[in-house]
Ligand binder design. Structure first.
Ligand SMILES: [Zn+2]
Length: 216
């Protein structure tokens, strides 16, 4: 940390985080620690009051943060998917089944609609039932993203982590971007794109806070 007046690096023994005060021995300036930190890890953030849809449980050595990806998007996606999926797949394959005739061209034509249905239904189901669960201990943690027991689990080790931040996630297919939480270091893990802004904010800062505690 640097002195806000003379920019001399302030020694650790002259900084009191608990009292939020530090003293520069070079010029005698006394200043608030919180107002001079660019790293927001130590800024006021209450890990014990998560927003709605997020739970925080701390055991002896394990912390579990569970955040739902429940979203109002479901109200739009589900009816849309019923019409789109039902219409396209019903039209392409349903008609073949009803007529009892297999049509290779129609069947091949339908493959992108099957792929699209799988992708959008998984987004729609995540918007209803999905969750992101972080299970963290002193060695590292795992991040589960999915529905029930079905989903993706990513692992990380604290010793291999060098930064945790929020980053824009540009998807190939769409113009709009969403944010993700990125854990970087030896490898890069991103997650949390389905979380609402306030839930993602909480998870990001909770993770940073725990990281700060583990590092010391
Ligand atoms: Zn100074």
């Amino acid at each position: 940390m640097k002195c806000p007046k003379c920019s001399t690096t302030v020694l650790t023994e002259n900084i009191n985080i608990q009292a939020d005060i530090a003293k520069c021995t070079h010029c005698g300036e006394v200043f608030k620690v919180s107002e001079n930190l660019t790293d927001d890890t130590y800024k006021a953030f209450d890990i014990n009051t998560p927003p709605s849809g997020v739970s925080f449980k701390r055991d002896v050595d394990t912390t579990v943060i569970s955040a739902t990806t429940r979203s109002a998007l479901a109200f739009f996606l589900v009816p849309f998917m019923l019409v789109w999926s039902g219409g396209s797949l019903g039209g392409i394959y349903g008609s073949q089944i009803l007529q009892g005739e297999f049509n290779i061209f129609m069947s091949l034509f339908g493959i992108p609609f099957i792929a699209g249905s799988v992708l959008f239904w998984s987004i729609a189901l995540m918007a209803i039932f999905g969750k992101v669960v972080l299970t963290i201990d002193r060695q590292g943690g795992k991040i589960f993203t999915g529905i029930g027991k079905i989903g993706i689990t990513q692992h990380f080790m604290w010793s291999e982590v060098s930064s945790i931040s929020e980053q824009a996630n540009y998807s190939r297919s769409s113009r709009n971007s969403s944010s993700v939480i990125a854990i970087e270091g030896k490898k890069r893990i991103t997650f949390g794109s389905g979380l609402s802004d306030d839930r993602r904010y909480y998870v990001l800062h909770a993770l940073k806070k725990i990281y700060g505690q583990v590092k010391r």
